[in-house]
Design a protein around this ligand. Structure first.
Ligand SMILES: C[S@@+](CC[C@H](N)C(=O)[O-])C[C@H]1O[C@@H](n2cnc3c(N)ncnc32)[C@H](O)[C@@H]1O
Length: 216
């Protein structure tokens, strides 16, 4: 009976964007890749790698099917930003292929870097992603009421200013908002504001927000 050998798909975390945050373990697997899958930004982090490079855009479902097919004949390595186990494409791949068919290499998440930047622990925080979500504000508001600290992934629609406005509309006032922009990248900026001052704030690039209850 014919036996099919299937390579495990390696999902590697590339950290917040700065090359110095890419671990030797990730480099080891990237060098072994026949096929490297990732966003344009992440693929650019590995210019000298001799692998077929496939750009991940909004074609997530199609790409998961392709990754599954390729893994029968090729070593596929998938690049994800930050840590693969924190709000990433890894979840979709694992759901489709099964945990036993994947190897995950962790990395520093943007959220870890944000908490380090403001000098706060994250072991007592809760997290919400508004990245690519149309809904999600009910969950966010509940968490902001229930937890001392909430870390939030944002996007171009769910910006820090929009988040501040939504919290104020719900009667939440007494909080500090930290806006951590382009962490580890050119244009990195960390700002601490009250919610009322944040409603008109402009941000550029990518950012994480931390909402913290004031200490009395
Ligand atoms: C799809 S999520 C991926 C999260 C990732 N798995 C992680 O652990 O950071 C993308 C979001 O992460 C945040 N993010 C990623 N890199 C960042 C950076 N260098 N600076 C600030 N925020 C970043 C932004 O909120 C962005 O919209």
């Amino acid at each position: 009976m014919a036996e099919y050998y299937k390579n495990k798909v390696i999902i590697v975390g590339c950290g917040p964007g700065l090359k110095a945050y890419i671990s030797p373990k990730v480099l080891y697997y990237v060098k072994k890749a026949d096929v490297l899958v990732g966003s344009g930004r992440l693929l650019k982090l590995f210019p000298g790698v001799d692998a077929e490079k496939l750009m991940l855009e909004k074609n997530y479902g199609i790409m998961v099917d392709r990754i599954s097919r390729w893994s029968f004949t090729k070593q596929v390595v998938v690049l994800v930003s930050g840590d693969p186990c924190f709000f990433s494409y890894a979840k979709m791949i694992i759901r489709k292929l099964g945990r036993e068919s994947c190897i995950i290499i962790p990395a520093i998440s943007s959220i870890q870097l944000a908490f380090a930047a403001i000098g706060e622990s994250w072991d007592d925080a809760s997290f919400v992603s508004l990245h690519g979500r149309i809904a999600g504000y009910a969950k966010l508001i509940k968490k902001v009421r229930d937890y001392q600290k909430v870390g939030i992934l944002t996007d171009q629609k769910n910006t820090p200013a929009v988040i501040a406005r939504r919290l104020l509309e719900d009667g939440i006032r007494d909080r500090i908002m930290y806006i951590c922009e382009n962490l580890s990248l050119p244009g990195e900026r960390i700002r601490e504001l009250d919610l009322a001052s944040a409603v008109n704030i402009k941000t550029h690039g990518t950012s994480v927000v931390i909402i913290k209850k004031r200490d009395f």
